[in-house]
Design a protein around this ligand. Structure first.
Ligand SMILES: Nc1ccn([C@@H]2O[C@H](COP(=O)(O)OP(=O)(O)OP(=O)(O)O)[C@@H](O)[C@H]2O)c(=O)n1
Ligand SMILES: O=C(CO)[C@H](O)[C@H](O)COP(=O)(O)O
Length: 433
């Protein structure tokens, strides 16, 4: 990430933008596909300057793990099959930056329109663009989902609920319980009155509207709404008489607003990428034993390992769902096994959206040299090349000894730390367990 800050919420994240539930193999995807059988498009307002972060770069373009925040949000929507198109409203001065993001991360469903001087004006531009869709395959949507570009953790299931409720009610929005009590102040800065917290909710995003409701609301609303308004649901109520259905969403819908939120978002993304790894053993008994011991050791670190002899046949599924690979090599084996993983990852274009970690664990018997003399240089060279392709290679050496259990748990701790941190600075290092 290109900024500093403290972490917050240790919440298990929602993850679109990280990987889809379908990829993870535990999708409710088909039921969502069945329930949303009408055209849905999305408007992402991304035209703000992010003044409250205090940074030069607008927060939607701040990068984590080499990828801007807005790309995570776009990916969250793009991976939902029933979403037909996404309009992103971007300030004119950031148009080129946005086009570059679309190209680099191969976003397919996105169209960019100019943002406005306020959030409502940016959203309005997006809604208008949906009415002027030129691509014949993409008709006017039945439902429009509006979502801040700076809320990257939104899941398909929740989008489905919003889209369905919007179709039925005309409008729907995410809410959360209030964290603090809301009070009204006098102009002199004294307490006027406080609201009964249990009666109120924080309005979050996403929100959904039928196209007719949201386009009419924007046609009818006043200059003052455009200038000072903060709530699309309110426009639907005031100008179309539509009472929105409110649905409680998960805490991860929170909006990146301050600098510390950028650090929190990065930590959520890293945490999500670090839940599991695939261990490749080559099938050798010693490597398999070590992999099994590692599997036990990392489970205490809240990580799961899938142990496979190779990445062929059925095992190739690991290439499609895993972000972390551990190659266990025994004795005199060299880095060719790691090279083979790189080739397979490249063939799948796996590292396009997130850096993939590959750890070479080299095990040597008591009577052998730890690794060949050339190994430290070889791994550094391989890692430097792979880094340009968004693959982070690290090495760990392990020697058979009477302290075997202690060494195995050291390997587990180092591997888990490397996977969680994904530090580009440590690539190519051959660490001792
Ligand atoms: N003229 C504007 C202002 C805001 N937004 C977008 O509305 C979302 C939520 O707004 P907010 O968090 O207030 O973003 P900023 O206005 O950028 O932040 P700040 O108020 O700190 O300047 C963001 O995705 C932001 O880019 C927009 O599209 N056009
Ligand atoms: O939650 C929202 C609407 O319900 C918006 O995200 C919020 O209004 C954005 O406002 P601001 O620009 O003041 O952060």
């Amino acid at each position: 990430m290109n900024t500093q800050g403290d972490n917050c919420e240790p919440h298990r994240p929602a993850h679109p933008g990280i990987f889809t539930m379908r990829e993870a193999g535990k999708s409710d995807h088909h039921s969502a596909e069945r329930c949303v059988d009408f055209p849905v498009s999305v408007v992402l307002p991304a035209g703000g300057t992010g003044e409250r972060t205090g940074l030069q770069t607008p927060k939607q373009f701040c990068t984590f793990l080499g990828r801007p925040l807005i790309s995570y949000t776009i990916q969250a929507f793009e991976s939902v099959p029933w979403i037909q198109s996404i309009v992103v409203a971007v300030a004119k001065e950031n148009m080129d930056l946005m086009m570059d993001v679309i190209q680099r991360f191969k976003h397919r469903k996105v169209r960019v329109v100019p943002g406005g001087s306020t959030r409502h004006r940016s959203i309005c531009n997006g809604v208008l663009a949906l009415g002027e869709e030129e691509r014949p395959a993409v008709g006017r949507p039945k439902v429009v989902i509006i979502h801040d570009a700076v809320r990257p953790f939104v899941e398909e299931d929740f989008l489905c609920k919003i889209a369905m409720a919007a179709k039925e009610q005309g409008a729907a929005g995410a809410i959360r319980p209030l964290v603090s009590t809301v009070i009204a102040t006098t102009s002199e800065g004294y307490l006027d009155h406080s609201l009964e917290r249990a009666k109120y909710r924080a309005s979050e995003m996403p929100q959904g509207f039928t196209y007719d409701v949201i386009s009419q609301a924007y046609q009818r609303c006043s200059e003052s709404d455009f200038e000072f308004g903060t709530e699309c649901l309110h426009l639907a109520l005031q100008y179309c008489g539509t009472n929105a259905k409110l649905i409680e969403g998960p805490p991860t819908l929170w909006k990146v607003t301050y600098k510390r939120d950028l650090a929190a978002a990065e930590s959520i993304i890293k945490e999500t990428l670090s839940r599991s790894a695939c261990v490749i053993t080559g099938g050798l008994a010693e490597a398999v034993n070590l992999a099994d011991a590692l599997r036990k050791a990392v489970s205490a670190l809240d990580m799961e390992l899938d142990v496979v002899p190779d990445l062929m046949g059925d095992n190739a599924r690991c290439l499609l769902k895993e972000w972390n690979f551990i190659q266990v090599s025994v004795s005199d084996s060299c880095l060719s096994e790691v090279e083979a993983i790189l080739v397979a990852l490249e063939a799948e274009n796996r590292a396009l959206l997130h850096p993939v970690v590959v750890i070479w664990v080299h095990f040597s018997r008591t009577d052998e040299l730890p690794v060949s003399e050339r190994a430290p240089t070889a791994i550094m060279e391989l890692a430097s090349t792979a880094k340009h392709r968004n693959i982070l290679i690290y090495g760990i050496q392990l020697k058979q000894s009477k302290h075997w259990e202690r060494s195995v748990s050291r390997v587990a701790e180092i591997a888990s730390a490397l996977i969680r941190e994904r530090s580009p600075a440590l690539v190519g290092q051959l660490l001792q367990a």
